[in-house]
Design a binder for this molecule. Structure first.
Ligand code: HEM
Length: 491
């Protein structure tokens, strides 16, 4: 199986065989690639009762990812985890996290104003600090924070372990018994390297919240809500330990989504430089609706259709999970005359679906206009890319509402305050940007601009004022203190 930008190869195969489904005979792993939205909806949505399983990955399992219901088999254990997670992140609940998202977006504006050459780092910090605050009530002021570093390394391990076809252990599980000192045991060495970080990522912050809760000093968060709920429902029962573990697991999962949301923020920044006319149009809408005398709020988003379309186009143009998370069949099936065996891995080629010229003309162009009708309102006849980019059926991303809010307020805030240009690298050369993506399960733009300049003195003043007048209150306010790390301009 291709391991570098596999989504492009998968599309090639579908074109070569003139089919929107292509069957690949991997050793011991029948695999079906879905190349069109129709095939994905037909199978993963309409037949979700048999298409909602996951393939057991020996790499992920041995690394410790069994806690994460993203990778769990379709089972009662998965249902319990998903239900508990959903209680904290469904559409109506996520509105309560908006003040944190807004506050962090403004901290991010101040950081960009102070050191635009670190824009990529600031965007990462924005998404990360938001999720850490919401899940653990923990304030994160730097990407050098111990917990952030642990989580980043753990996720790097997850991303590497999930590359389809990259590790022999998936096909020869017996390899797990070969000691790591034997030359060539890449799988076991990779597992041994990342597992300790994963354990710390899940356990450490949760244990901290538990201690704080017992001493009455915990900041309200998803973790405290879940712990209190477990205590009220199960204290003293045989199930208490089990539900507490579920609470720990679902809280630990949320950080996984930060990589994806960060990638989406980065794609937006890149698109604004590669398509400068779109940037100007979006800024004009914000100037008209929000006016230059204040910063955007969540309530403004309903009144700026072009910005909403721009958020949708960001999710379409550079999908951050280009082939989603593979599903698996629970029983055998038939589709368009093809026999699909039980246990088949299903790879939805999300990237190809979102670049299908039949649904999205000139798919490589960044054109929010495609989602807006002649009346200036959202055109519901054009397929909303978020019905694809967040996956399908019973496994659809349960963090999507939270993530969309994080992305929308970032986009509106940055565009209202800054002109986005390529920027210069450490040697003073203009950054050369490309629309290439890199990564595996999670993809990101290879280059990100860092030339963000305040649109006016008034815009810069608004950002400083928001910081000074207490709209953003505490130490979170401090713009990222950049120490010795090199500028992350471009890459
Ligand atoms: C741009 C941001 C995001 C994108 C594009 C995205 C996309 C996806 C996709 C494609 C899946 C697999 C769905 C399937 O199996 O068909 C998924 C699953 C999941 N996502 Fe997201 N996601 C994002 C952000 C988040 C965030 C912020 C969170 C947490 C707050 C989150 C939590 C989850 C969880 C828990 C699952 C597993 C669902 C299951 O297997 O039942 N995601 N996401």
């Amino acid at each position: 199986m291709p391991t570098i930008r596999p989504w492009e190869k998968y599309r090639e195969w579908c074109r070569e065989y003139r089919s929107d489904v292509v069957f690949v005979h991997l050793p011991m792993q029948p695999t079906l690639i879905l190349g069109s939205a129709t095939a994905a909806f037909d199978l993963l949505d309409k037949r979700s009762n048999i298409y909602s399983d996951r393939i057991v990955s020996h790499m992920l399992d041995l690394m410790g990812w069994g806690f994460d219901f993203v990778f769990m088999r379709y089972s009662q254990r998965w249902r319990t985890h998903r239900r508990m997670f959903r209680q904290q992140f469904h559409q109506d609940v996520v509105a309560k996290y908006r003040p944190v998202q807004l506050q962090q977006a403004r901290v991010c504006l101040l950081s960009i104003l102070t050191s635009p050459q670190y824009t990529r780092k600031h965007a990462r910090l924005y998404v990360t600090s938001t999720i850490f605050y919401v899940t653990y009530g923990k304030k994160i002021t730097s990407m050098d924070d111990e917990y952030v570093r642990i989580a980043q390394i753990a996720l790097e391990g997850g991303s590497i372990a999930s590359i389809v076809g990259a590790f022999w252990i998936e096909y020869l599980p017996i390899l797990r018994h070969i000691p790591t000192w034997v030359p060539g045991t890449v799988s076991m060495k990779t597992i041994a390297k990342y597992r300790p970080y994963l354990m710390d990522m899940v356990n450490k912050p949760f244990e901290e919240v538990k201690i704080a809760l017992s001493s009455g000093t915990a900041t309200p968060s998803v973790a405290t809500t879940l712990l209190e709920q477990v205590r009220s429902d199960h204290e003293g029962t045989a199930e208490e330990a089990y539900y507490e573990e579920v609470a720990k697991n679902v809280t630990g999962i949320a950080y996984g989504g930060t990589q994806l949301t960060t990638s989406a923020c980065e794609s937006f920044l890149l698109a604004m430089v590669l398509f400068p006319d779109i940037q100007k149009k979006a800024q004009a809408e914000l100037a008209r609706v929000v006016a230059r005398t204040r910063l955007p709020e969540f309530d403004d988003i309903d009144d700026v259709p072009y910005i909403r379309a721009l958020v949708m186009e960001t999710m379409r143009w550079m999908p951050v999970t280009p082939f989603g998370v593979p599903h698996a069949t629970i029983s055998e099936d038939e589709y368009h005359g093809y026999h699909i065996p039980k246990g088949t891995m299903i790879l939805p080629n999300i990237w190809a679906m979102l670049h299908d010229p039949q649904d999205y003309r000139d798919p490589d162009q960044f054109k929010p206009e495609r989602f807006i009708g002649k009346d200036g309102k959202m055109d519901s006849s054009v397929r909303d890319p978020t019905t694809i980019s967040f996956g399908f059926g019973r496994r659809i991303c349960p963090g999507r509402h939270f993530s969309q809010n994080t992305l929308s307020i970032f986009i509106a805030s940055v565009l209202h305050v800054f002109d986005i240009t390529p920027g210069v690298d450490a040697s003073g050369k203009l950054v050369v940007l490309t629309d290439e993506m890199e990564g595996g399960l999670i993809a990101m733009p290879r280059t990100v601009p860092c030339g963000l300049k305040p649109r006016s003195e008034q815009a810069a003043h608004l950002v400083r004022e928001a910081a000074a007048d207490g709209a953003v209150l505490d130490s979170l306010l401090a713009p990222l203190v950049v120490t010795s790390s090199p500028a992350d301009c471009g890459t």
